[in-house]
Design a binder for this molecule. Structure first.
Ligand code: PEP
Length: 268
């Protein structure tokens, strides 16, 4: 049986907005309120907002009566203690977060996160019943030296070491080529599909076909309304992790609407 058939399954698309270090509390509430209003009757795609820590509570109140879920942008692996400036999984749960982004390339690049610390965070998130969005991706230099698959494999093997995925919890992988984040450069649908299929195969080899077939893999990297539909049409792309375009309600909503089932050949 071919990879596509073997690991094919209906997966509901999921789009998350990573606000990074942007938006005051008031601006965040306005943005979340607009997104909620626009998507009030649109339940075809799971939607997650990842505000700054300071805005999570107020944004949570703004989305309270909607299907939109909250996520953190990062967390520490310890439950509590002398870790100045950090936040724990339980604290995110306290604010009604369901998701947490882990190992974003900006965390790896500017805050020296490694596959080992990413792995500790993934385990702590799952233990607290948060859904980790595990980010992986190669730099331009790594792509140009044909290292993409090695890098992705290393990040997956390291990030998932000892992680039990037994169907009682969910984990999402976000493929974010570093060269495409915030640069305006996007992986072509074929480039992105190739890496997504590789991620699914790697997860099948680390776990089993059923786990790989149900794994949702988001694409991230300069995704916008103009390129979302063709990326979402790829069979192994199950949503997006959106940075810049998530700061504008209209763009973010358009991207989400592009994930409607039936507009993608993954759904046939
Ligand atoms: C991101 O930082 O996760 C991201 C994908 O950013 P952007 O959409 O701005 O490239």
């Amino acid at each position: 049986m071919g990879t596509e058939t073997r690991l094919k399954k209906h997966r509901k698309k999921i789009v998350a907005g990573n606000w990074k270090m942007n938006n005051s509390v008031a601006d965040g509430v306005d943005l979340a309120t607009s997104v909620c209003r626009e998507l009030a009757d649109f339940l075809d795609v799971d939607v997650v907002l990842c505000p700054t820590f300071t805005a999570i509570k107020a944004v949570g109140e703004a989305v309270e009566d909607s299907h939109i879920k909250l996520g953190g942008q990062n967390m520490h692996w310890e439950a509590s203690g002398a870790y100045t400036g950090e936040i724990s999984a339980a604290m995110l749960r306290d604010l009604y977060c369901h998701f947490v982004i882990i190992g974003h390339s900006e965390r790896r690049q500017y805050f020296h996160e490694t596959d080992e610390t990413v792995n500790l965070k993934v385990k702590a998130a799952l233990a607290a019943r948060l859904v980790p969005i595990l980010c992986v991706g190669e730099t331009l230099e790594e792509r140009e030296s044909d290292e993409t698959e090695n890098v992705i494999r290393r990040q997956l093997v390291g990030g998932l070491e000892g992680v039990v995925l037994d169907g009682t919890c969910e984990l999402i992988v976000a493929y974010e080529p570093v060269w495409a984040i915030g640069t305006g450069l996007t992986a072509s649908p074929e480039q992105a599909q190739g890496v997504h299929a590789f991620i699914r195969e790697t997860v099948a080899s680390l776990y089993d076909d059923a786990t790989a077939a149900s794994l949702r893999i988001q694409y991230g990297g300069s995704m916008k309304p103009g390129n979302a539909a063709e990326l979402f049409a790829q069979p192994d792309i199950d949503g997006g992790l959106i940075g810049g375009a998530a700061l504008d309600a209209r763009s973010f909503v358009e991207i989400i609407r592009a994930g409607k089932p039936g507009t993608s050949n993954a759904d046939v």
